[in-house]
Design a protein around this ligand. Structure first.
Ligand SMILES: [Zn+2]
Length: 53
């Protein structure tokens, strides 16, 4: 089960399979980080999100 890399919330609702987040890439890295929509809302810029990963 995918979890948000910032707050640890699960990103998929069972049964509904609704994804509640998106993928963030760190610059210079191909590693994927999952970040939920709530955390994406909390931080206004991608840079702020990346700092917290
Ligand atoms: Zn989150």
């Amino acid at each position: 089960m995918a979890k948000c890399n910032i707050c640890g919330n699960k990103l998929k609702e069972l049964f509904l399979e609704k994804v509640k987040g998106g993928v963030v890439y760190k610059p210079g890295s191909s590693k994927q980080y999952m970040v939920c929509f709530e955390c994406q809302k909390k931080f206004s810029s991608k840079e702020e999100i990346i700092e917290r990963l």
